[in-house]
Design a protein around this ligand. Structure first.
Ligand code: TXA
Ligand code: MG
Length: 332
């Protein structure tokens, strides 16, 4: 199979909506990363997502919706979930709540909970609207690899396994959604850091929120099913990466590396024998988030033996960037 790239216009939306309605799997742009989408209520289609991604069946999928009417049909919504949804949707927030029986077990990996998101990207919304479907969609990358932030990234890593991709240009945010667990509304927790900051979630909920680091794969391990490159080694490029704290820049320290990635473009070229990159020209975290996965993919293409990357400043989006960098650098 070779992939067909559909332009992000009315015709493209129509074609991919029809494909989805007929049970196909297609890659779609969202404001976070590209997703590998299929009708969430069609088990055969959902199974294809897992096959294409080579994803273990125990790793549940996010269901994407167009409007609030759809929400009640697939899940039980506690007040706290509604508060967050009304504040942050459409947007880069995924909420985990108790599921209704209509959602196939395959989507939720047999759990009694479902992850739901109402994405903001206009093209994605157009497909959700015109197809009228609930769309299950993980990031459109082979399991464990870096998420795609452009149609070309999808072509590069899944081009011979997917029928179509809708080209929505570069993702505006470039990092996967923040995931909040509201199964027990009394003790909300963040399962994955993302574009919606921890701080803003606490502010909107008006209470402290825990961070359950590693809980996703930790649970898998506990169940003893498999341990798919435990959470730490996810989003992993091939390149071996060494991280240094934000602001570190001593020449000695970096002399053994072939390339360095600064958070912000450095004032002067400091190293002669190294290639130099940066996540953001002016040190803007939004731009750095947008560029991160593209840069990791580019580094992989260059086959460097060793690369050093400077972490983002702490707090807000910087925390989400650093979370992905730590996973990219993890060796086990
Ligand atoms: O931004 C995003 O969230 C993108 C776009 C396409 O929407 N999607 C995405 O999906 O990143 P994925 O599958 O790559 O990551 C979703 C994460 C997985 O780690 C999965 O284990 C977790 O969400 N998840 C899904 N359903 C869950 C559930 N019921 N309980 C706990 N975690 C869940
Ligand atoms: Mg993913």
């Amino acid at each position: 199979m070779s992939i067909c790239i559909h332009r992000g216009n009315t015709d493209g939306v129509k074609v991919v909506s029809e494909l989805l309605k007929s049970g196909e799997v297609v890659a779609l742009p969202t404001e976070t990363v590209y997703g590998l989408a299929a009708n969430a209520l069609n088990e055969a289609s959902v199974r294809r997502i897992f096959e294409i991604k080579m994803r273990p069946l125990i790793d549940p999928l996010i269901v994407h919706i167009y409007d609030f009417h759809q929400l009640d049909k697939i899940a039980f919504i506690p007040k706290e979930a509604m508060i967050l949804a009304e504040h942050f949707w459409p947007g880069a927030l995924t909420i985990v709540v108790k599921k209704r029986p209509i959602v196939p077990d395959l989507v939720t990996a047999g759990r009694d909970t479902v992850a739901v998101r109402m994405p903001a990207k206009a093209l994605m919304r157009a497909v959700l609207k015109s197809s009228g479907l609930y769309l299950a969609a993980p990031s459109a990358n082979p399991f464990g690899y870096v998420s795609p932030t452009s149609a070309q990234h999808v072509v590069d890593s899944l081009g011979n396994r997917v029928k179509a991709v809708l080209d929505g240009g570069t993702c505006e945010l470039g990092l996967e959604s923040t995931i909040v667990n509201l199964c027990d509304p009394e003790t909300p927790s963040v399962l994955r850091k993302g574009p919606i900051s921890f701080e803003s979630i606490e502010e909107v909920l008006g209470r402290a929120v825990a961070y359950e680091q590693g809980v996703l794969d930790g649970e898998m391990n506990k169940q003893g099913l498999i341990a798919p490159g435990t959470l730490s080694k996810h989003y992993s490029p091939k390149t071996q990466i060494q991280l240094v704290p934000h602001g570190a820049s001593s020449k000695e320290r970096f002399s053994d590396y072939q390339a360095i990635v600064y958070f912000q473009r450095p004032q002067e070229a400091m190293f002669e024998n190294m290639e130099i990159f940066w996540l953001s020209e002016a040190g803007d975290v939004g731009e750095a988030g947008r560029n991160l996965f593209k840069l990791l993919r580019n580094l992989d293409q260059k086959d460097y033996q060793s690369v050093v990357i400077e972490l983002a400043p702490e707090g807000g989006l910087g925390d989400a960037i650093n979370d992905r960098l730590k996973r990219a650098a993890a060796t086990s």
